[in-house]
Design a protein around this ligand. Structure first.
Ligand SMILES: Cc1cc2nc3c(=O)[nH]c(=O)nc-3n(C[C@H](O)[C@H](O)[C@H](O)COP(=O)(O)O)c2cc1C
Length: 202
């Protein structure tokens, strides 16, 4: 089968794009608004794009559900120039999902999802204290993408929080917290098994 994104065949009633680009890490973005209230929302168009210095990217697609308003994370990042990225363990699945609802600007998803805030070292936005890891980021660049309402936000990681519970002999052991990853449709995956591979020229 071959198709162009604008001409998806009827035999594909649901867009498989996100199922194809699977699994994707979830960047659980925390920000603070001008009035000082915190915001938290998951973004799975998210990844790391560099490591010297460490850089991350996430994309906002569309407005708030049913409204013409900009998403709160974007508004807050434009206003403050900073954000934190929290990582989602399997244990935090429900809280992550709760925080994806379209609440009005200024409503604090930390409170709504029953999450404790961690105090950041470099930025003002809080991070999710229970997260296995969190990055404190400064906005590097906002890029307008083709389409009606898509933008990418690139941040430089300025500080890294690691939950010591998940360190084993100096290695950050993901099998101890089981990262939640986004697939297509309504599906998620949980990473709890690893394979280790040496490169041929190692
Ligand atoms: C697992 C998951 C991944 C999501 N990924 C994205 C994404 O990559 N881009 C996006 O615009 N919205 C994404 N959403 C929807 C946002 O989380 C949702 O629109 C949220 O209300 C935005 O919150 P905000 O207005 O506080 O930024 C995702 C939702 C879930 C549950």
């Amino acid at each position: 089968m071959f198709y162009k994104p604008n001409f998806r065949p009827e035999s594909l009633p649901h867009d498989p794009f996100k199922a194809i680009v699977s699994p994707r890490p979830i960047g659980w973005i925390s920000t603070i608004n001008k009035d000082g209230s915190a915001n938290l929302a998951p973004y799975s168009f998210f990844n790391a794009i560099g490591d010297k210095p460490p850089m991350v990217i996430f994309s906002k697609t569309g407005p708030k559900l049913g409204l013409k308003e900009e998403k709160d994370s974007v508004v807050n990042i434009r206003d403050t120039g900073e954000f934190a990225v929290n990582f989602v363990s399997f244990d935090l699945t429900d809280q992550m999902n709760i925080s994806s609802q379209h609440f009005s600007h200024g409503e604090d998803e930390f409170v709504l999802a029953g999450l404790e805030k961690g105090v950041s070292e470099i930025i003002t936005a809080p991070f999710v204290k229970a997260a296995p890891a969190a990055f404190e980021c400064k906005l590097y660049k906002e890029i307008e993408l083709p389409g009606e309402d898509q933008i990418a936000i690139i941040g430089e990681v300025k500080g890294i929080h690691l939950n010591d519970e998940y360190l084993k002999d100096g290695i950050f052991d993901v099998t101890l917290y089981k990262p939640l990853a986004r697939l297509g449709y309504r599906d998620y995956a949980v990473i709890d098994e690893l394979i280790t591979l040496k490169r041929p020229d190692d």
